[in-house]
Design a protein around this ligand. Structure first.
Ligand SMILES: Cc1cc2nc3c(=O)[nH]c(=O)nc-3n(C[C@H](O)[C@H](O)[C@H](O)COP(=O)(O)OP(=O)(O)OC[C@H]3O[C@@H](n4cnc5c(N)ncnc54)[C@H](O)[C@@H]3O)c2cc1C
Length: 442
């Protein structure tokens, strides 16, 4: 195990910085146990790609990304067991090579498995990644191991738990046979795509809408399972489409000073990059997951029950189109669909859910990006839930109103971590933990 003393931990987009006394880079489960048992306070991080301040902020921290091996495959059950610091791309390449898939993937492949599960990371037209986990070995606050299997009463609390119940050590995923999607992409007016959501969810195996604020348009992406050998007329659109992210960054450069620039930039970007039709095929991973990003960004994401989405969408659109308000939103707002589950802190707990992303292309000025505040206000008002890994300001009281199992989660957390070992100052406020005698954080 490697150890580094007295350094600064910096998140991917450099918006979060914390000094630490000791950083452990672990490669074995017993090292993980030892470090957890021997530190009074500890956090652990994967690829540091969360915008929320949930991964560090304690004197001792663990780098999980060095704990990254594939442990075993069960070819009969189609399961794979991996160490939690494995990068998602490596997991996906490994299962594709044996003809399997996980049928709902996020739009990023550089995150670790542990980080992805802990924050409820999801894709579209399926369930949270955590729903495909059938077993995990959880290292508890005293360093002991608890194996949490599918039928374990703790499973629904552990799946999405921000590393507040313990550290996931090894994880087993249930995979499915790989399939090929025929993807079609095209622009559509808001008046066209919004009423078609439910019928499209029934008709297609994949649905994602990139909403283009201040243009009255969305860019609709549908996917249908096809025979991999089926010929399609491939159309990847003009070559210059690959410059979208850099052009956006350039056009939005001064939008923090003059937010109205965004409305003009969006019209240009929509015309240049979202007006052509596209058609291609590939596996879910090949055809829909972004493999490289030119620059960093800051993200928020809010989720709402499918039935309530049109009302919330219309309210948000009206609000941001008022020139009196500074909430001009960078392109695109990613609209995706997650089917209901039973995980306590899942966005889709007991309800089919729509997720709506909100991006600031300029991470450094994210504090001045009014859109994050407006979207939070509107979604919270309607009972929306925030993405745990992204930017939001809601705390315990608001969260208890939108997560029915918030109180039960807090009870289990207190039982499993009675000394608040796994809480940094941000998480302490999030769960409104009582500060204990001898505790200096918060
Ligand atoms: C460009 C970009 C695109 C994104 N796309 C999507 C998307 O499509 N869908 C989506 O839902 N989200 C998306 N996200 C959010 C992202 O998936 C989450 O923030 C994820 O947590 C990042 O993983 P990480 O490895 O960087 O984790 P970190 O940010 O390092 O850690 C996140 C949390 O996980 C905890 N953790 C890490 N390892 C473990 C472990 N082994 N056991 C328990 N807890 C652990 C950490 O302590 C921390 O609380 C995106 C983020 C970015 C920057």
């Amino acid at each position: 195990m490697k150890q580094k003393n007295n350094g600064t931990w910096v998140s991917w987009n450099e918006n979060l910085k914390h000094n630490y006394k000791t950083m452990y880079s672990i490669t074995k489960e017993d090292e993980l146990q030892e470090v957890i048992a021997n530190n009074e306070k500890i956090r652990f991080f994967g690829s540091k790609q969360s915008s929320a301040d949930i991964a560090a902020g304690t004197d001792a921290i663990i780098n999980m990304s060095t704990y990254n091996k594939i442990i075993s495959y069960d070819y009969n059950l189609k399961t794979i067991t991996v160490e939690s610091g494995l990068i998602l791309s490596e997991l996906l390449e490994a299962i594709e090579s044996v003809g399997w898939c996980i049928p709902c993937l996020p739009d990023i492949n550089t995150i670790t498995i542990g980080g992805a599960l802990a924050t409820g990371t999801h894709g579209t037209s399926g369930k949270l990644l955590a729903e495909y986990m059938t077993e995990c070995r959880l290292i508890l606050a005293d360093g002991t191991i608890r194996t949490v299997a599918k039928e374990d009463e703790l499973m629904d609390a552990v799946k999405v738990s921000l590393g507040m119940l313990g550290v996931m050590s090894t994880i087993t995923f249930q995979c499915e046979p790989a399939y090929t999607l025929h993807i079609k992409e095209r622009p559509e007016n808001d008046s066209e795509w919004l009423p078609k959501i439910k019928s499209r969810l029934k008709k297609h195996d994949f649905l994602r809408i990139l909403w283009l604020p201040h243009t009255n348009k969305g860019y609709v992406i549908t996917g249908d399972k096809i025979d991999p050998e089926k010929e399609i007329t491939e159309n990847k659109g003009p070559n210059y489409l690959k410059h979208r992210r850099n052009t956006s960054k350039f056009l939005y450069k001064y939008s923090h000073k003059f937010p109205w620039i965004t409305a003009i930039a969006n019209k240009i970007l929509a015309k240049a990059f979202f007006s052509s039709k596209k058609e291609h095929k590939g596996t879910l991973y090949q055809a829909t997951v972004t493999k490289s990003r030119g620059s960093t960004l800051e993200l928020a994401e809010w989720t709402i029950a499918l039935d309530k989405f049109p009302e919330v969408f219309n309210e948000l659109k009206t609000e941001i189109n008022k020139w009196s308000n500074k909430s001009f939103i960078h392109i695109p707002m990613d609209v995706r669909f997650v089917y209901q589950d039973n995980s306590w802190l899942s966005y889709a707990y007991k309800q089919d859910t729509v997720t709506m992303g909100c991006v600031s292309r300029n991470a450094a000025t994210a504090d001045t990006y009014e859109a994050f505040k407006s979207i939070e206000k509107i979604f919270l008002k309607h009972g929306g839930r925030p993405h745990w890994g992204k930017r939001f300001s809601a705390k315990d009281i608001q969260l208890s109103k939108v997560y029915p199992k918030w109180g039960a989660f807090k009870e289990i957390r207190e039982k499993l971590d009675p000394t608040n070992k796994f809480l940094n100052p941000y998480l302490t406020k999030l769960v409104a933990a009582k500060t204990l005698v001898n505790e200096t954080a918060a």
